[in-house]
Design a protein around this ligand. Sequence first.
Ligand code: GAR
Length: 209
Amino acid sequence: RARLAVLISGSGSNLQALIDDSQRADAPFEIGLVISNRADAAGLERAGRAGIPTQTLSHRGFETRAAYDTALAELLAAQAPDLIALAGFMRILTPGFVEQWQGRMLNIHPSLLPNYRGLHTHARVLEAGDPWHGATVHFVTAELDGGPAILQARVPVLADDDPARLAARVLAEEHRIYPLAVRWFAEGRLVLGSDHRAWFDEQPLSAPV
Ligand code: GAR
């Protein structure tokens, strides 16, 4: 089975969706490590309950982003995962780190990219009066929230929505699409092409990782 490392900063509900999926008998991946940049992230308890090793690497005490990312790279090197999944990891990664993992690092973002990169997506969608909102799983590249999209789920924006209600509706979809994309990668059916697009192969072309 492919080995996954998950990076979190908070509640970890996407981590939970990945844990739940990894525990199904047919799961092609397992989670070998969860890293949080915050010691109080509730997701660390979710990992602990599932018996998954955790590490906290606080960003405090690091003078530069590059220094933090070097320490992060060392933690990851010890486990040598096949894939990194960012799951509510609220830090911008340096281009050097991203390049090291290019094609092997996924993120989930709460908007229909390329719309609404960055933060506060739900409030911004409501403010704009958009009829649709959603979530995107994408490969991580050096451009923030700009990497090639793999899978998107959309939800309608309802007349009585507030950011919290809308966020909950989007989050439920995140929990469906993120494990699916991770499965595809683990099965060797998902690759970041040299043309900078995400390709899905119905049959694995290469041996599964
Ligand atoms: C999720 O909605 C995720 O898409 C978002 O943070 C939330 C984390 O929730 N990520 C970003 O905004 C990344 N820029 P979770 O901790 O319950 O998975």
